[in-house]
Structure formats: C-alpha cells, structure tokens
Design a protein around this ligand. Structure first.
Ligand SMILES: [Zn+2]
Length: 555
C-alpha cells in the first residue's frame, strides 16, 4: 500500500495544464488501475484454484480487506480531480467519450452520507449469503447444498424428482421469515440511499448508478410486455409438448428439468482433454483468428477446467488487466452444460483478446464494458457453437438434442428475466409494502410469466420462490442485462445461420470496440438493431419456435 500510495499521490498532485496533459494523466491512471486490478485477479484466481492453501486465501483477503477500501477512496479523489479539469470537454470523444459519461455520472450521484449506508447494505448481503449458504439437506446419505440437489430434478424416476424437490424446498422455507426481514432492511436502506442522492426511488437511482444511459425503466416495462406477448406462449407450448412426451397431464415444478424422452443425460466427453479438444474443433470451424486465441489459452495454461478437491465451485472468466489476457475457471462434470459454459467463457475471452489487439486504454481494469454487451460476446458463442457439435462432441441425434436444450433454456431465460426484473420494479417503487403485499405482487408477477406447471398445494413455496434468486438480494436490478444480451446473441445466431462469414466479422469488429461506444453503437457494429420492443422479440420467438421443432424432430 505504501508503494501504491506514492503512485496515487503523484497522480493526485500532478499539474494538468493542457488537453495533452489530461490525456496522459488518464492513460497513466488506466495503467495503474490495470496493475492494481491484476493483483486482485491473480490473488482471486489462486484462492479459488486452491481454497485449502492458506497463503492464497490470506493474500486475497489482504487485498479485499486491506487494500481495496483504501484504493476506493484514492480513486474517488482522482475522479474528482478529473471532473474538475477544464480540459475534460476537449478530449477526443471516440476514445474517451463513454468513459467521460461514466465518470461524470458517478460523480453526480456520489454522496458521502451514503458510504455508511452502503457498508450496512453489504453487511446485509453477507448475511443473506450466510443464510442461503447454510441451506443443506441430507439426501441419499450425503449432505448436499440446494444447488447440488438440482441434478436430481433430471432423474427419470418422477418419485425421486418430487422427493428431492420437496426436501430442498422445505429447507429453503425454514428460513423464509429471516430472508423476508433481511430484504425489508435492504429495501429501506436502498430507498434511503436513493433519496439522499436526490431520486424519488431506488429504481431510478440504480439506472444512473449502473450507467444505463441507453434505456429507461419504461423500456424495461415494455420489454416485460413483449416477453409476455411472444415468449410466454412459446414457453407454454414447450411445456405442453413436454407433458405429452412424459405422459403427464399436469406438470409439477419437479417435472421441468427431466429429458422429455426420459433418456439419461448427454455425455459429450470423457476427460478434460476431450473437452478442450472438442472445443478447439468447434472454434476452429467458427473462425481462424478465434481458433488461434483458443490455442494460445491452452499453451499459456489459461484454462482450469476439471473439478478437483480443494477447488471452489462454479465457473468464471477473469482477465489479467495488465497483460490483457483471459483466464477460464470451471468445474467440468462431463455434462452438456460444461460444453456450453466453456464456450460461453470463451466468448468473454475473445472479447479480451480482440480489445488487446485494438490497444484501447483499459479503464477500471477493463471492467467498464457494459454487461448488456459483454454477455452478447459470451452468449453468442454459447449458442452458435452448437451448430458445430456434431463430430466434436456428439453424433447427429445428440447434437440436435443439445441444441434443443439450449434453445428451450433460452426461451425460459427470457420469461425468468422478465419475472425477476418486473418484481424488482414493483418492490422498489412501493418501498413501504408489507410481507403480504410482497407475496401477492410476486405471485402475480410469477404467474404472468410462468409455464404451465401447477403449484396446487404448494402455494407457500410459490410465494417465496423469489428468495432463491440471489441477485434480488445481492445485486439488485442486475438481471435484465441477460435478457438484453440474449436478444443480441439471437440476432447474431440468426445472421450466422444465413451467412457465417459476415456474422463473425461483425461480431469480432463489435467486440474490438471494448467499452468505447454506447450500447446502440455496439449493437449496430455487430449488425444488430438496438430494439427491445414487441416486434423484435416476436421475430426471435418465431425463429426459436421453428428451430426447437427442427431440433426435436430432425430435418
Ligand atoms: Zn457471462
């Protein structure tokens, strides 16, 4: 910290006497940021690769508890210096325009009195994490988390699915009141933060806080309506077909994950070498340059894919901001989902490589790429890669089945994004609601977008289903991004099926722009219309309906 302080102080005290001074100052700041962010990333990655290595966990804690809070304060000092500079408005907008917008917006909503409230908020988020993390059940002789129970919903024996579902659900319900109380306090705090910053409600505040320059709360409400019109009917058609194939009259919540033809799960590879080799083949068929990026990741050991003792759960893509190279972490379990996850994270990695080639400055450790577009990069790879699984992972039949599962899960994702987002719009614009009103609002929202499954006799479970979505507690309003990104990814997929070459060229061009352009410009560069309205969504739903039928029935 002492060494770092000297560099921060130099930046804080440096005289800026011209536009060129300011530009150099910004680039130096970006360089410092990249260095600091890379330190954080290295420590984070090490600690997740070996959770049982005390030195690694200590090094990461040293960063989060010791360095990060102090760096935040120093960064805010630099931000204020930037905002006060008269040369700000003379910077070339092609490189600095978006960054300037983000910085001025951050300055405009900063209130010193909110710092303490935000600390309380993150303490509550940790309390939610502890409560949810402690939820385990004993099933088939083993203690399992509720996430680990999910694989039993794929069991072809319906009684096993129901037993597993009820066990997990009962465990979650045991803490429903505690979670209700945590959420009350969160809503109160967040509302207070928003009012301190001069907003009527937290929702309007969050749109500024999250740099949503290109769409409004009303656009989100229209998006919900568009999902209701186009994707809810499609989702219910899928359920109907599922019920018929399974020979079940009324689907229940535990019938939604099993293969409708009661086949065992897909088996795309036997070991990590099989996963990497298959992915290399797939990427090779997509594009030569992307394929080189993927081999570089293998050669430089930027992949940690297999599950092993001592490794943290889950998967992510992180980026070493200083050297500008990506790293992929996951826990492969020989499932179809692992292939999609790897290709998804590859999409994020290609973003890093393409920005690196372009040489744009890295503000905030590169973390400024709007999520709505960062996820276009990843979801696109997740979806279009499915066109090439035959021969790399599957035979013809299994490849179609994998694509069917992906397409169906994307239909369901649209409806779930709308559910989670619409519920939060209601919650934060009615901050004084009671628990009963909240449950009613949730059930209304849930029913508006849900499939055909019946919750008869499970009304309480349905009323508390929102408590299982960690975003609602930990990262409020962070969810619509996936819906927006999915429209972009489907647009590129549609283009790719018609003209592979031009779709990929536009995709790569848009990724190379990094965070330097607005969302409509990034979408435009990828050959997409920036359109979240009913017309665009209907087109995607229609195309998915046809594809799902093809995948289910064959050519
Ligand atoms: Zn992602």
């Amino acid at each position: 910290m002492e060494d770092l302080s000297r560099v921060y102080d130099e930046l804080a005290n440096r005289a800026i006497r011209s536009r060129a001074d300011l530009e150099n100052w910004l680039l130096d700041e970006a360089e410092l940021d990249s260095y600091v962010y890379e330190q954080r990333t290295v420590r984070y990655i090490n600690s997740t690769r070996q959770t049982d290595n005390r030195d690694f966990t200590r090094a990461y804690e040293e960063y989060t508890a010791g360095l990060e809070p102090r760096i935040k304060v120093l960064n805010f000092g630099l931000l204020k210096k930037y905002a006060a500079s008269p040369f700000r408005t003379e910077l070339p907008t092609a490189v600095f325009g978006q960054e300037d917008k983000r910085r001025m917006s951050a300055v405009s909503i900063f209130r010193p009195e909110n710092v303490e409230l935000e600390k309380e908020e993150s303490a509550l988020a940790q309390k939610y994490q502890r409560t949810a993390g402690a939820m385990t059940v004993n099933f088939r002789g083993q203690e399992r988390t509720l996430q680990q129970m999910a694989r039993f919903y794929e069991e072809t024996d319906r009684a096993v699915r129901e037993q597993a579902w009820r066990l997990a659900d009962g465990r979650a319900l045991a803490d429903s009141e505690a979670l209700d109380n945590i959420y009350d306090r969160m809503i109160g705090l967040r509302d207070h933060v928003a009012r301190n910053a001069g907003f009527d409600n937290y929702r309007d505040y969050v749109f500024v806080k999250k740099d949503r320059f290109d769409y409004t709360p009303d656009d989100c409400l229209r998006f919900h309506e568009a999902v209701e019109q186009s994707f809810v009917p499609l989702s219910r058609e899928i359920d109907k077909a599922r019920g018929e194939k399974l020979d079940i009259d009324i689907l229940r919540p535990w019938d939604l994950r099993v293969d409708p033809e009661s086949r065992p799960p897909l088996s795309p590879f036997n070991d990590t070498a099989g996963l990497v080799g298959g992915a290399a083949k797939v990427v090779g068929q997509i594009d030569a340059q992307l394929s080189r990026f993927f081999s570089q990741m293998t050669e430089l050991e930027l992949l940690d894919l297999e599950s092993r003792k001592g490794k943290a759960p889950g998967g992510y893509q992180e980026e070493f901001a200083e050297v500008k190279l990506p790293f992929i972490f996951m826990n492969a379990a020989k499932r179809d989902n692992d292939v999609r996850t790897l290709l998804h994270e590859c999409g994020h990695s290609f973003h890093t490589f393409l920005m690196r080639e372009k040489g744009l400055p890295y503000f905030n450790g590169g973390a400024n790429i709007p999520t709505e577009f960062a996820e276009v990069a990843s979801i696109t790879m997740e979806i279009i890669s499915g066109e090439h699984y035959r021969g790399a992972f599957y035979n013809e039949v299994d490849s179609r089945r994998s694509n069917w599962e992906e397409a169906v899960s994307n239909v369901k994702l649209f409806t779930w994004v709308a559910t989670i987002d619409a519920f939060q719009h209601w919650a934060y614009t009615h901050p004084d609601h009671s628990h009963e009103e909240r449950a009613r609002a949730w059930v209304d929202t849930f029913s508006r977008f849900s499939g055909t499954e019946s919750y008869e006799g499970l009304e309480t479970s349905r009323a508390y289903r929102w408590q299982r979505q960690l975003h609602i507690f930990e990262v409020p309003f962070y969810y619509i991004e996936y819906g927006i990104a999915l429209t972009g990814a489907l647009g590129i997929w549609s283009h790719y099926r018609r003209d592979k070459r031009s779709a990929i060229d536009l995709y790569k061009g848009a990724l190379s722009l990094g965070a330097s352009k607005s969302l409509p410009q990034l979408f435009g560069a990828a050959g997409l219309n920036w359109d979240l309205g009913p017309g665009a969504l209907r087109k995607f739903a229609d195309e998915l309906r046809v594809a799902i039928k093809e995948y289910a029935e064959g050519p």
